[in-house]
Design a protein around this ligand. Structure first.
Ligand code: ATP
Length: 317
């Protein structure tokens, strides 16, 4: 039986702007996504019987069809029925390190790893763009998670354009274990509160997305100017999540006043809040400062850094 072990990195959003509504019910977005070192490990192996099995060491993660990794395997089986019949089933083992329902694309990166793993397992030879197209069927963040790095994502998040790599920014992540924010709730609430300001005609939607492409955050990234990047952090969803979740607001405030923090922002629909720093030493010191300011065992803190890759093969047998 062949098997692959894959590294599936989480992401943060350096920029998230909600531009308008789309006919398919999703939002039209302009995002700058960044892969980070915090990652899950995914084992994908062939099974002699004709079935899909998922195991996960995290009690909150379902192992049935609700799991995005399961759905990724199912999609590959339906897209390539002859290959599925030839190679048999797939067993997926998820070793979770990324906090769940955190705004860090944990499920999406697991699904991306399964697409890459099965492509290898079944010798399909799919291109990156073919894998991204399959990923878009599973979820808006899945295409980004395949190649990862620093990327500008438009449309519903599936139209990707790579930006220069950022590989030396240190990050502290903070998330309350028991606090979850539903992504659907965040976007629907945003629509209810700010829908009247949405751009409606398609020419203006395109113009807005193009403005982000040539905007100040992209320039800061092109110049690899960490201080400037940290000042340009933006996330529209903070407008609905921060007033509703005082714990998230408190994390923002504690990070903002910690020594050495260049910038702080909520990632995606939250509730994870991150801070950007110039060195690992500063990041460790900020982690300690936050731990002292909020001595709550429910609060998880991680030090990590930006990374230039998405799904990576760790080993194969
Ligand atoms: P995003 O940033 O893409 O919105 P997220 O980080 O907020 O994602 P996930 O960690 O992907 O959220 O989890 C969202 C929900 O999806 C959870 O309630 C979880 O039970 C479910 N889920 C399904 N598959 C997975 C998976 N492989 N890993 C984690 N959660 C999963």
């Amino acid at each position: 039986m062949r098997s692959y072990t894959l590294i599936a990195p989480a992401k943060i959003n350096l920029y998230l702007e909600i531009i308008g509504d789309r006919p398919d019910g999703y939002h039209e977005l302009a995002m700058i996504m960044q892969s980070i070192g915090l990652a899950d490990q995914i084992d994908v192996r062939s099974l002699s019987i004709d079935t899909i099995r998922v195991h996960c060491n995290h009690p909150q993660v379902p192992t049935d069809k609700r799991n995005l990794a399961y759905r990724a395997a199912e999609l590959m089986a339906t897209q390539f029925p002859d290959t599925f019949a030839k190679y048999g089933g797939v067993e997926i083992t998820i070793n979770k390190h990324i906090p769940v329902a955190a705004g860090l694309a944990g499920g999406s990166t697991n699904a991306a790893a399964v697409l890459v793993g099965i492509d290898l397992l079944w010798n399909l030879g799919l291109t990156q763009s073919e894998l991204e197209e399959l990923g878009a069927i599973l979820g808006s963040d899945v295409p980004f998670c395949i190649a990862g790095g620093t990327v500008i994502a438009t449309g519903r998040g599936e139209q990707l354009a790579p930006l220069p790599n950022l590989d030396n920014i240190y990050i502290v992540l903070a998330k309350y274990r028991s606090l979850e924010v539903s992504t659907a709730w965040a976007y629907n609430t945003y629509r209810q509160q700010f829908g009247s300001t949405y751009i409606r005609d398609s020419a203006s939607l395109t113009a807005r997305a193009n403005a982000v492409h040539s905007g100040s955050m992209v320039k800061a990234i092109a110049n690899k100017n960490v201080v400037d990047i940290a000042q340009k952090l933006h996330n529209d969803l903070e407008r609905v999540v921060l007033p509703e979740y005082p714990q998230v607001l408190q994390l923002r405030d504690v990070f903002a006043s910690a020594e050495g923090v260049l910038g702080t922002m909520m990632s995606g629909s939250g509730p994870t809040v991150f801070a950007l720093l110039e060195s690992q030493q500063q990041a460790e010191a900020v982690k300690q400062q936050v731990r002292t300011a909020i001595p709550d065992e429910d609060l998880e803190l991680f030090v990590t850094r930006t990374t230039t890759h998405g799904i990576k093969i760790a080993s194969s047998v």
